[in-house]
Design a protein around this ligand. Sequence first.
Ligand code: WT7
Length: 660
Amino acid sequence: MSEQDVELEARLAEQDEFEPPGSFVEQANVTDPSIYDESADDWPACWEDAATLLDWSTEYEQVLDDSNPPFYEWFTGGELNASANCLDRHLDERGDETAIEWVGELGDTRTYTYRDLHREVNEFAATLRDQGVEADDVVTLYMPMVPELPIAMLACARLGAPHSVVFAGFSANALATRMESADSPVLVTCDGYYRRGEALEHKLKADEGVAAVEHDVTGVVIDRLGDEYEHSMREADHDYDTLIADHEGEKVEPVTRDAEDMLFLMYTSGTTGEPKGVKHTTGGYLSWVAWTSHAVLDVKPEDTYWCSADIGWITGHSYIVYGPLALGTTTVMYEGTPDYPEKDRLWEIVEEYDVTQLYTAPTAIRSFMKWGEEYPARHDLSSLRLLGTVGEPINPRAWKWYYRNIGGESCPVVDTWWQTETGGLMVTTLPGVNSMKPGSAGPPLPGIGSRIVDTDGEEVAAGRAGHLTIQKPWPGMLRTLYQNDERFIEEYWAEYSDTDSGDPDDWVYFPGDGAKIDDDGYLTILGRVDDVVNISGHRLGTMEIESAIVSVEGVAEAAVVGGDHEVKGETVYAYVITEDGYAGDDEMQDAIIAGVEDGIGPIARPEEVVFTPELPKTRSGKIMRRLLEDVANREEVGSTNTLRNPEIVDEIQRQVGGAD
Ligand code: WT7
């Protein structure tokens, strides 16, 4: 590092507040700070601004119907179709502009103009209709990052058939659970895809999943690997290319959907073993993702915008597909990993396509830091105008590295807090308005009412840690958990609401995160306070992992916690008691890891399996996870006073390697 660089680094390390760069503000979509006051004075009508970003076939009558909390309804009486909003309405002006710029891992690329995308979405919608798909049938999409994934999503939206995308990295078993839960009759999947140059055989997993589903499943299979891999075809499977060729040039009239009709389901992890089917609707969700893409990600039609997430998670739904396409911009999709073939792959893509916004995860940024600044330095990144992060807290050092080495100190960085359930961004700075404080996501967006409270629901003072709560509904919120209103109330509302009340003021949403607020109203998110872990920005339930482990032969009991990890944020620690006659040996460890990979997927693989004769339990028999977390983090363990077996803590600590 040169002397100048050292100086710069030292200055950045000291600085804890950054003004939005003037060059950015000059052209930003939102620059007027009065938006905060106006939205407070004119709530909930402030969300009409979001709704006006869409084309409605029937104007809505009411912005918010809060007569039956927490079952809020948005833009009631309004009608629209999401695929028409993402495609048809752009054709006149932007038909020949690029909608999707797809980059394969091996360097192959595909460009879809809005006209191309419209055409193929129509053909696939005609195909699905031919296969018997009707409005409100849930279509499962178990696919990697191929262009046919957004095409299938939009084809479903065109028919009014909700999609349920299952992340391709999830196991056969996870697929089966989700298809079963949604009673989903159709599966669109793929033969395979590339990871670090290797062809992964995805179809085998899909077949295994379908075999475990009770009802009949019609399959559509996309051919990504070509002749390289001869994939299986069940009798009820059809080849995607053949089907759409049969429907060449066909048009499907977009089905008119009520604002409150379901657009999609997305399964996510909760505090029990069963994944939750989060239900998002057409009008509220689409307005929310369009508005936040406009106001926070500063998306303009002429941009080349890139969110490097996987569409299998909510980030990709909202900010690769629906938000950017609703605004008529160019959205980049990358199939592979950031270090293949080289550790500068992302920067090569930014340079090649003149990417204007990059939205990625802190875990990726921490990897880039580890690899070194020479990789981004090889490329001209001056096309970038805005940087974003999502999925987990970003530490100030990583924030500053991103700001300097990727953004050249001329791009605002938006640290966006939200979750599957919120549909879109909730807490972040408006990049053309607010200054940025690394490590703190920022204030709640205009119209979002949040408070930090203690366990009694009392607001805590600035600087003190508490639970983040959202006091008012917002358009992008989940409407319920699929066919489970009771669990919806239990998981998100019961903690801080008067659940007998019909007054919306008595209903408070609890996202499950800890947070603190500073004197300027900026929120620092402190991570989950429930039994959910966040591995590389991927959300997993500790109970789900535990149930995968206890189904391994010879395991008596398991407790899973998240331990701190330098790059991944958190990593899985599994404490396991074996049954009599089974040893906690390498073989057992391998069986446990395989059990988790089969039950959930490789992302949930435990980093450490610790065999122990007992788990630390309170006198009432509750496992003290806090202590297990302390042990995982090699920290001094908290009080063991309430334990009925305090001596076990020392033993577990010895196994893990003790405090360093
Ligand atoms: C959980 C939601 C948001 C889409 C991707 C993850 C954590 C998310 C941040 C952030 C600190 C964050 C929270 C949240 N989280 N963004 N900017 N700072 N924490 O969606 O899988 O539903 O997970 O991710 O703990 O509750 P998800």
